[in-house]
Design a protein around this ligand. Structure first.
Ligand code: SF4
Ligand code: SF4
Length: 675
């Protein structure tokens, strides 16, 4: 008999699981529209590989993973892509995010799939690639890319593979019903994980409030080396670190990973997804979601396609919106209120809870902390919630981090136990978000500083090079003058020769600049420039995603806009080429463009004839200095208001250009004064 350990703290809230367990898994069917957020996991959002208007098949990849910590996205049913745009999604921020919208055709036509029933022949890299390509992210709630978690590296031995069948949060029964009805698929998935990780032991941990699930899995695992471990019910036993401690007695260190103590943990739903992906080549396109709460007549568990709108799913469970006081994605402890019922089900949606006011009343107003210590007693992460509350109120982020804020699993046990009704976990969530934002800003400022220093270095280098060239020119002129004085051709005046050369050069430049690019050249140039901009924006977007920067969304918009501009520029060029140039396209009032430009230049010179060259140079210098000042002001405003990096970079580049022009202009004035 395996020894069971206990973790610090924990609570016993009312379970409320029976409501959704009285019938088998129901198929939610194919909704008319599927809305698929590109980011349904931790890491960089997927990048669309389909276009609006394109027909897609069920299981076809519609967005690719752009980096290592990311997963692709697949069409849950056949249909047509009708939009790629920002839509409201289920997220605590309540902000919209980029989604691919598919209008389904009801045919549910599969793309070609390729599984590997003989997966034992594959090496670990091939298996990981299959899991990654199937778009699997942890289905227990966090959504971390599964292939990343399983890529342990050659020197990290896995002593224990833990499969999480705990499902400790009240109301949620999606994993329970999965274990009761599909134990064979879970065990098959676990065997694939065993082949991949070669663990010393494999344990499936289940709370003792799920006797049917324990019996079903025990039967399915009979004859294998997979051990089903039952332990007493306590919230939050399903937390990864808490479950590892219960089953092995090992404590994952603060800020550490389970692999640091030789353990890998996966959810039972993820094991089924792995089985589907490896044996049949089926990507993750659906999941089991519990729909429950007093505001639905027929609570239960549904097999639902990802992207299905919550309103559609709720209608199948007999939803009464008028009696629902708030719609929660997840359970009452760790879930969050969704802004609208028209947001989609995603890979991490394990429950839709629709309570009425009696069932989950609004929390009473918070009172002052009475220092009772209840929060500390129930905290499963052995933190000091009361102290963290003070630091969070005072925004003392350094102290919060010293008190291991990021080890808080946001289980809400402290808030539940607090007699003063202080919503402690909300303070921790908000503080984490602020700290992460500050870290991102610090990284941005550091990158900006490095760019600035690099620019200064370049300016100094270029100034030194210019000074060197000037000195060389001066020396050469002196040598020529000396040579002429000693025995050169008495008829040739070296100063006059230099003036003649300068005049010839200027005339050549004027002749060159007089030729204006024709329409076709302009259109071609626009296409090339926009394409280059798109490449640069895509490279920056990729970099931001790899860095996990929160600029990625803004850069994605920039990439989308530039794509549209490129398409417009290409269309314009195409139209021009098909129509052919107009007969007089290259003329101006009957003159050819070069002649017209020369005429305009002559007119301008005549107008300026009364102004001396030195005055003109001074005027030009003043104008440049004004422009420089304005640009610097704008740059300073942009930096302080936190504008996008690309705007700041463009302004910095303009400042450099203007500084160089001013420097050249001053030199010219000095030379004119000396002359
Ligand atoms: S449980 Fe509430 S009242 Fe008690 S110490 Fe913690 S924060 Fe204060
Ligand atoms: S929410 Fe965080 S601080 Fe509160 S009990 Fe859970 S782990 Fe501890």
């Amino acid at each position: 008999m395996r020894k069971i350990f206990d973790f610090h703290g924990g609570i016993h809230p009312p379970e409320n699981k029976e409501q959704s367990l009285h019938c088998a898994i129901r198929d939610a069917g194919i909704p008319p529209v599927l809305v698929l957020p590109l980011s349904q996991h931790i890491g960089a959002p997927a990048s669309p590989v389909v276009a609006v208007g394109e027909r897609v098949l069920k299981g076809q990849m519609i967005a690719a993973a752009p980096g290592f910590v990311s997963v692709p996205l697949h069409a849950p049913s056949s249909g047509t892509v009708t939009a790629i745009e920002d839509r409201l999604i289920a997220h605590p921020s309540g902000l919209p995010a980029r989604c691919i919208v598919i209008e389904t055709d009801g045919r549910d036509e599969w793309a070609e799939l390729r599984g590997a029933p003989d997966y034992a022949e594959l090496d670990s890299q091939d298996l990981l690639a299959m899991i990654r390509q199937a778009g699997i992210a942890g289905m227990g709630g966090a959504g971390f890319p599964t292939a990343v978690k399983l890529a342990t590296g050659p020197d990290r031995a896995v002593e224990t593979l833990v499969i999480n069948g705990t499902e400790c949060e009240p109301y949620i029964t999606a994993d329970d019903i999965l274990m009761r009805e599909r134990p064979g698929r879970i065990i098959e998935g676990v065997k694939i994980l065993q082949h991949l990780l070669q663990p010393g032991e494999t344990l499936i941990g289940i709370e003792d409030n799920k006797p049917e699930a324990i019996a079903a899995l025990s039967t399915a695992a009979a004859g294998s080396d997979i051990e089903i471990v039952k332990f007493p019910t306590k919230y939050p036993s399903g937390g990864e670190k808490q479950l590892i401690e219960i089953l092995t007695g090992k404590q994952v260190p603060a800020g550490g990973l389970p692999l640091d103590v030789g353990v890998i943990c996966q959810n039972v739903g993820t094991a089924v997804a792995i089985q589907d992906a490896v044996l049949f080549g089926r990507p993750l396109i659906s999941r089991i979601t519990t729909v429950t709460g007093a505001a639905v007549d027929k609570p239960g568990n549904f097999e639902v396609l990802l992207g299905t709108l919550m309103s559609y799913l709720l209608s199948q469970a007999g939803y009464h919106p008028e009696s629902n006081n708030r719609l929660i994605m997840g359970g009452p402890m760790m879930g969050f209120t969704v802004p609208d019922a028209n947001v989609p089900i995603v890979k991490t949606t394990n429950c839709l809870l629709s309570p009425d006011e009696t069932e989950l009343p609004a929390p009473p107003p918070a009172q002052a902390c009475i220092r009772c210590g209840m929060c500390e007693q129930v905290c499963p992460a052995s933190l000091l919630p009361q102290q963290m509350f003070w630091f969070a109120q005072g925004k003392e982020f350094e102290k919060l981090e010293q008190h291991n804020l990021f080890d808080c699993i946001e289980c809400g046990a402290c808030s539940w136990a607090c007699p003063s009704n202080i919503p402690l976990v909300q303070y921790y969530r908000a503080s984490k978000a602020e700290i992460l934002q500050l870290r991102a800003e610090h990284t941005r400022a550091e990158q900006s500083r490095l760019r600035f220093e690099a620019r200064q270095e370049r300016i100094e280098r270029e100034a030194a090079a210019r000074a060197e060239k000037r000195a060389a020119r001066k020396k050469a002129a002196e040598q020529r003058a000396q040579a002429a004085a000693i025995g050169g051709d008495g008829d040739e005046d070296p100063i006059q020769a230099a003036i003649d050369r300068a005049k010839a050069k200027k005339a050549a430049q004027q002749a060159g600049s007089a030729r204006q690019p024709d329409k076709r050249e302009q259109l071609e140039k626009a296409v090339l420039t926009t394409r280059k901009r798109l490449e640069t924006a895509e490279a920056k977007l990729q970099q931001a995603r790899d860095d996990g920067s929160d600029l990625a969304d803004a850069l994605q918009m920039c990439v989308d806009k530039t794509r549209v501009k490129l398409s417009a520029a290409e269309q314009a060029l195409n139209d021009y080429l098909q129509a052919g140039p107009p007969a007089e396209a290259n003329t101006h009032d009957g003159l050819d463009p070069a002649a017209a430009a020369i005429a305009r230049a002559k007119a301008a010179r005549a107008e300026d004839a009364t102004t001396s060259p030195t005055d003109k140079a001074r005027k030009q210098l003043e104008s440049l200095e004004q422009r420089l000042q304005k640009t610097r002001d704008r740059l300073s405003e942009s930096r302080s208001s936190g504008d996008e990096e690309k705007i700041i970079e463009a302004l910095e580049a303009t400042v450099v250009r203007l500084e160089e022009k001013i420097s050249a202009s001053r030199e010219a004035l000095t030379t004119a004064g000396e002359a």
